[in-house]
Design a protein around this ligand. Structure first.
Ligand code: FES
Length: 226
């Protein structure tokens, strides 16, 4: 996948750091105090510590090991053990192209500036990890139904599929759901579910239960495709 969804924007607040895997590459995502998003290689150039363990200091990210500070360009600006030193400009971290669209954070490690194939004005529902491959979830989705708490059955009707996204219509709720996949190593994947329509609390809960059911079905299917 080229442009990969790595999480909901709302889950990375200002001043916070998170880790993501994009095509098996370890990435640190962080948002400065003012809200600027950055995606970098998750490795400190000093001694290799994961930067996702670090702390946001204003508009910089500080490594937790020896506290080196990196600005939003990935350049080292401050070394606590040598406070008077102007760090060499050669000390820097590999940056990746990242942006936000449809309530999702996207990363493209090829550093292309093209956007994701779809998604505008979607409402984040849930982001969840599946212990199986994307292909298996897609296959379960082709004929998926889930009992609801009201003894009726909720069905997903396949509407469209583009790149890493499956779009389904949910009946009888009458909602359209965008299911965006993020592949992970070791037969795992993330599913980021977003609704094209506003949902009432009850509908939100019903969809969330369906997604739990989808995960159980996908993870327990007995066949050779993990
Ligand atoms: S390993 Fe990051 S500052 Fe030393």
């Amino acid at each position: 996948m080229d442009c990969v969804a790595v999480g909901f924007s709302k889950n990375l607040q200002n001043g916070r750091v998170m880790r993501a895997l994009v095509n098996e590459k370890d990435i640190v995502l962080w948002r400065s105090r003012s809200g600027q998003l950055s995606a970098w290689e998750n490795r400190c150039p000093h001694r290799g510590m994961r930067l996702s363990h670090g702390f946001v200091r204003g508009e910089a990210l500080a490594c937790m090991y020896h506290g080196w500070h990196y600005d939003s360009e990935g350049k080292c600006r401050y070394i606590p053990a040598h406070p008077d030193l102007d760090p060499p400009t050669t000390i820097g971290i590999e940056k990746y192209f990242s942006f936000e669209k449809g309530g999702i954070i996207w990363v493209d490690i090829r550093n292309k500036t093209g956007g994701p194939p779809i998604v505008e004005n979607l409402i984040p529902i849930r982001s969840m990890e599946f212990h199986c491959k994307v292909e298996r979830v897609e296959r379960v989705l082709t004929n998926f139904e889930s009992p609801s708490s009201h003894k009726s059955t909720i069905r997903f009707y396949h509407v469209d599929q583009r790149a890493n996204t499956v779009i389904v219509k949910i009946k009888p709720l009458g909602k359209t759901l965008h299911l965006i996949f993020q592949e992970l190593p070791n037969f795992r994947c993330f599913l980021h579910a977003l609704s094209a329509d506003k949902c009432e609390v009850g509908q939100y809960k019903a969809i969330s239960r369906c997604l739990d059911h989808l995960r159980r079905e996908s993870e327990t299917q007995l066949d050779i495709l993990k």
